[in-house]
Design a protein around this ligand. Sequence first.
Ligand SMILES: Cc1ncc(COP(=O)(O)O)c(C=O)c1O
Length: 383
Amino acid sequence: MWESRRAAAVPGSVFALMDAAKGRARAAGLGIVDLSIGSSDLPPPDAVLEVLRGATRDAQTYRYPLFSDTAPLREAAAGYLARRFGVCVDPAREVLPLIGAQEGLAHLLLAVTDPGDKLLLPDPCYPPYLGAAAVAGLNVVTLPLRPEAAFLPDLDAVPVGVRPRVLLLNYPNNPTSAVADAAFFRRAAAWCRARGALLVHDHPYAELTFGAYRAPSALEAGLEGVVELHSLSKTHHMGGFRVGFAAGDAGVIAALARVKGAIDFHPYLGIQRAAAHALGLPDGVGRAGAAVFEARRDALVPALRELGWEVAMPEASMYAWARVPGLRDSVAFAVRAAETTGVAVSPGAAFGAGGEGFVRFALVQPPEVLREAARQLGTVPTA
Ligand SMILES: Cc1ncc(COP(=O)(O)O)c(C=O)c1O
């Protein structure tokens, strides 16, 4: 009775189904190996936790944080962007702290669109994008991500008449693990400028990269008409702390600050201090976490290939995205797998119609557990 049309439009989550399947497996006495949720199992760096502990003892951190209080985090974010990507932003006008990239995106869409505007979104995509689009009352136009195109969208194939308000991209990508180079972002930014669209790049996996690969920033293509969302959740294993930042076009940042000003205060000052410290750490500290995910990738991908599953070797992210031969109903398969083996994976269809036939593994268990999970999944019928 009290549900708004806006609330009713938010798509339900397949993860509730998976939760129920895990519950049934537990009730049947199976141990659960949960590879369905991309929440880092590693701790934040000690030094970051120490800053937070210290902050909780400082009474100055207990009050509502004002915009002026966010200066150290904004400056640390600007320093990180300059050091890591060679991108120069003004911390006063071109950076804003977020309570995570997910919060940032939902409010950003409210800040830069009006109901009925078009949002161009990849398919498959991180499911909350669809919820955020529904809350903002947007018309979603999907951009297929196909394995034969390395899961990069073909912007030239978008009909000339389609003039979206926003193009939303995410590389390193969830769920496909695909990566994009700086030239791709330059092309995407040029395409957006030609179509009058804002380019929003969601970049929570910026530092979860493997080997010699380093992810570029979309801001390298220029700040005008481009905004990027960064998160400490994956790069510093701080998902529960809820902190990130937006950076880019000053007009977009101002609109976002206005909307957020009506809805939330900034993150707790102690968390801001911890995040600022994390962003200033030498690169090596963050890379230690990435190396853990890389070793897990090295264990899981060959084990999946042995089953005959098609999976690219990810260069980044904390996922493996596997096409399962003959799979027509990934949700039924994932439920069956959880119920019969205790191994929980994300069905590809949870990320959009373009994900059907695939399953996503979050690399959140040690290598030997991942190898055994793959072996167990090989015993589950695909139909
Ligand atoms: C693509 C993508 N964006 C955003 C998020 C959420 O980031 P945050 O914890 O900063 O809200 C995730 C988490 O899995 C993600 O995969």
